[in-house]
Structure formats: C-alpha cells, structure tokens
Design a protein around this ligand. Structure first.
Ligand code: GLP
Length: 240
C-alpha cells in the first residue's frame, strides 16, 4: 500500500489507497476505520502522515469523524436528478426506499409578506404552514416547510401530510401540477436543523426553495427545505 521509495508523498499514497478501497467496496459505508495509531504502526509511518490522508478524505466527504467513536466510511450520497418535478415520496419510491415524515407543525397562519408574494395572495390570507422532517429508510434527509393556500388546497389534514401532499393535490383534489422554479444554495446547519437532521455542528446543508405552479399558472406552494449535503447530491443534464 505504501512505497517509501516513491517520489509520491506518503500521505498521498495512503489517501489514494483508502479512496480506492472505498470505491471498490473493500471499505463499506458505516465501516469503522482502524485508528491513526494502528495505521501508523502497521505501515511504519508517522501519525501526522496518517492524519493528513484521513483529514483530506473527511473534507472530501468520503469519511466522517465521530467524536469519541472514531472515523467511519461515509454513507453514499443519494443522487437526485433535477430534471423532473417530483415529490419527495416519489423520489424515494423510485429508489426502492421507504419514505416517511415526522410532522413538526401544521398550522393555519396569515401569509406574511414573502409568502403572500410567492403565492400571489393578499397579505394575511390564510395559508397552511407545514413543517416536516422527511425521512428515507428512517434516516432524516431534509427539513421542509411548505406554505400552501388554504383556499386552493381544501380539506388538508395532519393525516394527509403524513403521506404525500402531491398525491392528495393531484389524485384527491384533481388539481394539475405544472411547473416549478427552484433555487439551491449552500449553508451551514442552524441549531433547529441540526437537532432534526441529526448532524454535527457545522455540517453543510443545501437550502432549496421551490415555488410550484398549477398548469393554469396559479401558484400552488412555496417551499423552503434544508437537505443534508452529506447525503444528497443533485445532478442535471445540460445541452449545448
Ligand atoms: C418535495 C418538494 C416539495 C413538495 C414535496 C411534496 O420535497 N421539494 O416542494 O412539497 O416534495 O412531497 P410529498 O408529496 O411527498 O408530500
């Protein structure tokens, strides 16, 4: 694994070797790595060198350090295509994963300025504010707040939000979802997100805002969500 005669720095050789063990699945997601001391002794190299290789892989997201427990191989990220207007439930089912929601709050509130603007409503029109943790195979993936006009989406209940909102809107209400405008930006978790997403302080998240419209152009929802950047990556097809 290490060739001390090689002009290639030793930390780099170790980093490359660990990366290929992760890629070819010799080291699997969730595996506990030997300690820095063990690697150092086994390979007869310094702990500083081991630490450098491991830190680089932690920064790349291939390994995670857990305080007092050690260094683990990170879970593979879910790859999400950005080409279709899909719901969380649909996305998880396509992958063969089990979607679930933890409802944090479900309230009828007067639309404040930004929400009213996004939903093309007069300020203080009643809107549902629904906060959910979205889970895949019991792992929290995203924290999501949906604002939806109460006059448009009638009969919404807490029970409905426990499964799929889009299913209710399309199948039960017969409304036709048309398109959405979505933005994405990087951030560091805040305290509320950290508690619900079960990530460490300072963990990265992807903030996604979606404004969805019905086929006839009526604004349907304004959604703010924080996706775990350690579990999600988004891909998009682009043409020239
Ligand atoms: C995704 C979208 C949201 C949408 C939700 C509906 O998470 N980002 O804008 O409200 O899906 O999901 P479901 O139908 O599973 O409730």
């Amino acid at each position: 694994m290490i060739d001390k005669q090689s002009p290639m720095p030793i930390y780099f050789q170790l980093e490359r070797s660990l990366r290929s063990q992760i890629e070819n699945n010799t080291l699997k997601p969730g595996d506990l790595l030997p300690s820095e001391r063990e690697y150092a002794e086994q390979l007869d190299i310094s702990r500083m060198t081991v630490r450098q290789a491991i830190t680089n892989l932690v920064n790349e997201g291939l390994l995670t350090r857990q305080k007092g427990r050690g260094t683990f191989v990170a879970e593979q990220k879910l790859e999400q295509k950005l080409s279709g207007l899909t719901s969380f439930t649909e996305d998880m089912k396509v992958r063969g994963m089990n979607p679930a929601n933890t409802l944090l709050s479900f309230e009828l509130v007067p639309a404040e300025t930004k929400v009213a603007e996004r939903l093309h409503l007069k300020q203080h029109t009643p809107v549902y504010e629904i906060k959910r943790i979205r889970l895949a195979d019991d792992v929290p993936m995203a924290l999501e707040t949906v604002y939806i006009s109460a006059n448009l989406v009638k009969g919404l209940t807490e029970a409905i939000t426990a499964s799929s909102l889009y299913r209710y809107i399309e199948e039960d209400l017969g409304l036709q979802i048309g398109h959405a405008v979505q933005s994405m930006e990087a951030a560091i978790v805040n305290e509320q997100e950290r508690a619900h997403l079960l990530v460490q302080k300072g963990a990265p998240v992807l903030l996604i805002e979606r404004n969805t419209f019905l086929k006839d152009g009526t604004p349907l929802e304004y959604v703010k969500s924080s996706y775990r950047a350690d579990r999600y990556k988004f891909t998009i097809d682009i043409n020239r």
